[in-house]
Each structure stands twice: as structure tokens, then as C-alpha cells.
Design a protein around this ligand. Structure first.
Ligand code: SF4
Ligand code: SF4
Ligand code: SF4
Length: 377
């Protein structure tokens, strides 16, 4: 049972100050280069006040709204992934010593404890999946763990959905239910705050604010329900793993040959993708090396390069790998699908390919068309 407190809108800076007093530098959403991204946050005036996002396949735009809300947008291109699993980092270095021996030294992640304001249910669910991969697998990743354990998460219950959101279909939103320290529901007059951890309870207590009333709680629940009800994208019914594995020869995959650019944008923005590659950077004098790891994508031909051949040389094979793993065989690996319905891969695909439409097509029997002369398509 969580106590719900009400923070008047004009006192949002008090929350920022309370987090700072608890020792947290703060990161929060801001408009940069016509997108909402996470950056150092010092005061509420930096938030995307009165900004809403318009998202659809291949399209992301910000608009001014007629409200003064701070969190009326849904997702920007980033989730928490770049903070915990950074796009590129050095893991170790080696230096040749005068006697010819190599000396190795490890690099360590060194993120200060950080409070992140504005994270959504879909991204917390994605974080839980990444935790499972990087922290709770047979080998935990010390770089990820160092950053992950220093996060204090102030999550926002969504009161509106974008056209691309489908978290209700994956069961991950729009209400936050995992991993948050503090959750927040925004009303016109202010914010309902709920503490979910001991540290969050202390921060809430330091604000000296009263409880939210029943009418405010009802309005918040209604807003969250509306955000879910407005979502129109869905996933095919039934076991997706079985359907996708059974659709390996579906003729629809071939249509991706003329549409997918294999740019990898979808995997870069996806908050659950965790593939990585490792590269050695050698100094010009040949005396030092730096070992880096960086985000990798299954759309890159090198991703399936083994013993002199690229296993997935064709574009449709790479798209099939992305979809079949993310929505199908991920279940075997992690006990759930790898998608939390954030919709980023739809909005940030430069040609507007929509995973939900592709899934619907490959999970349906091939159709016969007049154009194809009766061949299945
Ligand atoms: S589906 Fe879209 S974003 Fe993904 S690789 Fe293809 S073109 Fe790029
Ligand atoms: S597959 Fe697409 S919608 Fe699902 S979590 Fe990844 S980016 Fe979001
Ligand atoms: S997918 Fe759901 S939780 Fe994520 S931004 Fe959209 S409505 Fe909010």
C-alpha cells in the first residue's frame, strides 16, 4: 500500500531540490534539436512545458499544446539504455613495456548516483529485461551494474499515448508497475506522487505535502485508462514464438527486400536490444591498444559473419532475425517477449516500417493476389 501525496505544480522545483539534497545529480527530459532527450536538469523551467509529441511510422514531431503540463509527451528517441549500456566505451587498455611485455589495465564505469525524472512504464519494463541480461545472467556485466545500481528513478504514468504506442498490448504500460523509486501522475493543478522505496519515502517526507484526495486519484486513473484505450496497435493473438518459427519461409519476408534499408535505427532506439561488438584501437606507434565495445545491430552484415561467410546476407533474412528474436525466441531465452510496446522502432524507422503490421502479415497465412499471378505474397 503506497501513500499518495499531492505536489502543487508551482512546487515542482521543491522535488528537484529534495533530490539534489539527497545527493543526486538530476537528469530529465528537455527539448533539444526538435526532440525530447534526457539531459542535466536544474529546474522545472527546463522541462518540455506544454509540449506534445506527434508520432507515426517514420515521423516524430513536437508541437505546442494548450496546456502547461510537463509530461504530456510520450517517448523521445532515448530510453534509459544509453545511461546503463552506453553506446561505446573502453573496457581495457594494454601498453607495451620496455621489456616487451604487455601490461593490461581495466577501465571502470564511474557514474555518480543519478536521479532520472520522466521515465515511462515501457522503459522501466525494458530496463527490467536489460537487468535480466546484464545483471542476472550467468555472468554479470560490471559496467552495467555500476551504473544501474546508482539510478534513482522518478517514473511518470502516461496520460496520453502516441499513435505508435502499444504498451497495453504487451502488458507493460501505460501505468508504471516495476522498477520505479517514485511514481508521478500529472494533473492540471499538480502531481500525485507515490514512493515505492525507502529512499523515495524519505524524499517525499522532506517535501511536507499532504495526501492526494480521492477525486484527484480517480482523475489520474481515468487519464491512464484513456491512454491505454486510445492505443490502436496490437499484437497477433496466440503464442508468437510458435507462429514466427513456423513462418520462417513466409513469402512476406521477401517484401522487406524493397523496403528495409538495414540501417539499424530500429535496434539503436529499441530499449531492450543489447547486442554489442568489440573493437581494438591500436596506436599509430603500435605500443598501445584500447579495447572498446559498442552497440551492434543484427541488421549489420558483420553481425552474422562466421568462418568466412555472412549467414544472413540478404535483407529479408536480417529483418526476419530481428522480428523472430524480438517477438518470438526471446520468450525461450527470457520467459517473455523482447518488446515493451514503446513504438520507437516505428517512429524512427526512416521508411516507416511498422513491426506490428509486419508481425500481423507473417503470422497470417500467405495470400494469393491477382498481381502475383496466383503466387502467395
Ligand atoms: S526496419 Fe527500418 S529502421 Fe529497421 S533497419 Fe529496416 S529501414 Fe532501418
Ligand atoms: S521492438 Fe520497437 S516497440 Fe518494441 S520495445 Fe523495441 S523499439 Fe519499442
Ligand atoms: S508505450 Fe505506453 S508507457 Fe510507453 S510512452 Fe507510450 S503510453 Fe507511455
Amino acid at each position: 500500500m503506497y501513500i499518495s501525496r499531492f505536489l502543487p505544480r508551482e512546487r515542482f522545483d521543491d522535488l528537484i531540490e529534495a533530490l539534489r539534497a539527497a545527493g543526486y545529480p538530476i537528469v530529465g527530459p528537455q527539448v533539444h534539436d526538435q526532440a525530447i532527450v534526457f539531459d542535466a536538469l536544474n529546474h522545472a523551467a527546463q522541462l518540455p512545458i506544454g509540449i506534445v509529441d506527434e508520432q507515426s511510422p517514420g515521423r516524430y514531431r513536437l508541437h505546442a499544446s494548450d496546456t502547461n503540463r510537463y509530461f504530456d509527451w510520450t517517448t523521445g528517441p532515448q530510453a534509459l539504455k544509453p545511461m546503463t549500456f552506453v553506446p561505446r566505451e573502453t573496457l581495457w587498455r594494454s601498453v607495451r613495456q620496455p621489456d616487451g611485455q604487455l601490461e593490461f589495465s581495466a577501465e571502470h564505469a564511474d557514474m555518480p548516483q543519478t536521479a532520472v525524472i520522466g521515465i515511462r512504464a515501457c522503459d522501466l519494463a525494458a530496463l527490467a529485461i536489460q537487468d535480466r541480461h546484464f545483471m542476472h545472467g550467468p555472468q554479470s556485466d560490471p559496467y552495467y551494474v555500476q551504473r544501474r545500481e546508482r539510478l534513482f528513478l522518478v517514473a511518470v504514468n502516461c496520460m496520453r499515448s502516441s499513435d505508435t504506442c502499444f504498451c497495453a498490448a504487451t502488458g507493460d504500460g501505460p501505468k508504471v508497475h516495476t522498477g520505479q523509486d517514485l511514481s508521478l501522475s500529472e494533473l492540471d493543478e499538480g502531481f500525485i506522487l507515490e514512493a515505492h522505496t525507502g529512499q523515495a519515502r524519505e524524499i517525499l517526507a522532506s517535501l511536507s505535502i499532504g495526501p492526494a484526495d480521492d477525486e484527484q486519484l480517480d482523475r489520474a486513473e481515468t487519464g491512464i485508462k484513456q491512454a491505454a484505450d486510445n492505443q490502436r496497435r496490437s499484437l497477433p493473438a496466440g503464442p508468437l514464438q510458435e507462429k514466427l518459427v513456423g513462418a520462417v519461409d513466409h513469402p512476406h519476408w521477401q517484401t522487406l527486400n524493397d523496403r528495409c534499408l538495414t540501417c539499424g535505427n530500429c535496434t539503436a532506439v529499441c530499449p531492450t536490444c543489447f547486442c554489442q561488438s568489440h573493437v581494438e584501437e591500436i596506436s599509430l606507434n603500435g605500443q598501445e591498444t584500447r579495447h572498446d565495445r559498442q552497440w551492434e545491430s543484427c541488421f549489420n552484415p558483420d553481425h552474422s559473419y562466421i568462418h568466412g561467410i555472412v549467414i544472413r546476407a540478404e535483407r529479408p533474412q536480417r529483418y526476419r532475425q530481428w522480428l523472430t528474436h524480438k517477438f518470438g525466441t526471446w520468450e525461450e531465452q527470457f520467459g517473455r517477449g523482447g518488446c515493451t510496446g514503446c513504438g520507437r522502432c516505428i517512429a524512427w524507422c526512416p521508411v516507416g516500417i511498422d513491426v506490428t503490421e509486419e508481425l500481423a502479415a507473417v503470422c497470417s497465412p500467405p495470400t494469393l493476389t491477382a498481381d502475383s499471378g496466383g503466387s502467395p505474397s
